[in-house]
Design a protein around this ligand. Structure first.
Ligand code: AMP
Length: 484
């Protein structure tokens, strides 16, 4: 199937071929004819499937008859409105519309919060046919009368599930009611919770369901690797994995903004080119960070779910879940950042014992038997010599001697240093869990990649991995020398 066979106009085909797209993706092949026919669509499409072009191209085609070179704003009313949950997604959709509309006379614009509203008004007043917006800022414009939705013919809700999660339901209903001339509605969502179905029942007429993959499924081109690890060792393991896999571009997800900032600071101290992106950062800083990441200046992007939603970074090779998300559907979205449009990717999750519930929910949702495979040197319940805690201890005792302590004596107490060190070790031993003092018996052992999955029940899997080493069931392993 070619784009030409879908009946798209020459000006759109030219823009598409400039992007290097050879054939429509499955969602494009399925949705374009239905949208062109004027039908409502419920699209169950994951990120990375090409869904933006799946709705943008037929919308442009349907609006081509209104394209006008007149300078009169009255000749350019808003005829298509695309709502997105986040600013980043709004920007990306707007970029796509600009790309595909470049050989037509149709105008488009984007509005979202976090930037001065006044700067957005002149473009709106001069008239645009396609407006991409986040719901809150759109309503601000409606209140200021800089936007009129009475001639909107096509309304698109992109990532509708996320808009609902973010509490936009009342705003969306209000916007639906303002689009009085609406003839067609397209709703895209990775999942179909009851509220989405209710929205579709209330506002859509006989929508055609277009589903390119099973709901809540994860993309087959994403290799999922899950490693059990205690929380306090996650940062060291992440640094180890970034170096081991020579990751040049990776998004690392944390659960909270504070954790994103903290992790970003820690990795920076370790010499990584890292930036954090989350809702508390100013829009301009977020855009700069994103640009740096796309251009390769920033290699590690630490992100929260909301900030990362809809980021289109093509060919992203790695995604790391530093913490599992509270909402299992976010796991699907997160790992959808990699393995996009046919490329393969690796999604790595670091799973601590306290994340057992989240892990179980993810397995239930995606219906896959995910196995937890320890990383040599980071097996739960063990600690190797030379990890930061012990280095830290050694460094402190070294500093003591360089301050001119009398040979073998403690400067403050004048007691033999071995006695003081002994006390420090005891203090360390009190703080550290008992198992920290064990030396990893699995150090130097490399697990074969085809390790059979551990028992099916997740609780048992996690419990088995966090048992003290001696109690752990024997595992077949190949000795090939130390990994670290
Ligand atoms: P989306 O799911 O809309 O975010 O698109 C994901 C990525 O796929 C984007 O980088 C698009 O540029 C790319 N893409 C969209 N359609 C095609 C196509 N037909 N062939 C190849 N890549 C595409």
């Amino acid at each position: 199937m070619t784009f030409a066979a879908l009946g798209l106009a020459p000006e759109l085909l030219k823009a598409v071929s400039e992007q290097g797209y050879e054939n429509p993706t499955p969602i494009q092949a399925a949705a374009i004819p239905v949208v062109l026919a004027g039908q409502d669509v419920l699209g169950a499409a994951q990120t990375g499937t090409g869904k933006t072009a799946a709705f943008t191209l037929p919308i442009l085609q349907r609006l081509l008859k209104h394209a006008s070179s007149s300078v009169s704003p009255a000749k350019h009313p808003i005829r298509a409105l695309v709502l997105t949950p986040t600013r980043e997604l709004a920007d990306q959709v707007h970029d796509s519309v600009t790309t595909y509309a470049k050989y037509s006379k149709l105008r488009n614009h984007v509005v979202y919060g976090g930037v001065d509203i006044k700067g957005q008004i002149p473009a709106l007043r001069s008239g645009v046919e396609i407006l991409v917006a986040t719901p809150g800022r759109l309503l601000d414009h409606i209140e200021q009368k800089s936007v009129n939705l009475s001639q909107v013919e096509i309304l698109v809700l992109d990532e509708a599930d996320r808009m609902l999660d973010m509490g936009f339901i009342l705003d969306i209903r209000r916007i639906f009611n303002l689009c009085t001339a609406r003839k067609q509605t397209l709703l895209f969502s990775a999942t179909f919770a009851p509220e989405i179905k209710k929205l579709a029942d209330d506002f859509m007429s006989s929508p055609q369901l277009i589903q390119v993959e099973r709901q809540n499924s994860t993309n087959e081109s994403v290799k999922q690797e899950l490693h059990p690890v205690e929380s306090y060792r996650k940062k060291a393991l992440l640094a180890h994995l970034i170096r081991l896999h020579e990751m040049e571009q990776v998004i690392v997800f944390t659960r909270t903004k504070q954790n994103a900032d903290q992790l970003s600071r820690d990795l920076k101290r370790d010499g990584f080119a890292v930036e954090a992106i989350h809702g508390d950062r100013e829009q301009r800083a977020r855009m700069e960070t994103l640009a740096g990441f796309k251009e390769g200046r920033v290699k590690v992007l630490v992100a929260t779910d909301v900030a990362a939603r809809g980021l289109d970074i093509s060919d992203l090779p790695f995604v790391v879940n530093f913490e599992l998300p509270n909402n299992p559907e976010d796991y699907v979205h997160r790992i959808g950042r990699t393995g996009r449009a046919g490329a393969t990717g690796v999604a790595i999750s670091l799973v601590a014992p306290e994340e057992e519930k989240a892990f179980e929910q993810i397995r239930k949702l995606i219906k896959k038997d995910l196995a937890l495979i320890p990383v040599p040197g980071f097996s739960p319940g063990t600690e190797q010599l030379g990890t930061p805690r012990r280095d830290d201890f050694a460094a402190r005792t070294d500093r003591g001697s360089s301050r001119g302590e009398r040979a073998g004596r403690d400067a403050r107490t004048d007691r033999p240093r071995s006695e003081r060190d002994g006390q420090r070790r005891d203090a360390y031993a009190e703080r550290a869990p008992r198992r920290d003092r064990d030396i990893d018996p699995m150090a130097g052992v490399v697990f074969p990649t085809n390790l059979p999955p551990l028992p099916a029940r997740p609780q048992q899997q996690i419990a088995a991995l966090f048992l003290p080493p001696k109690a752990r069931p024997p595992v077949v392993a190949v000795e090939t020398g130390s990994e670290e």
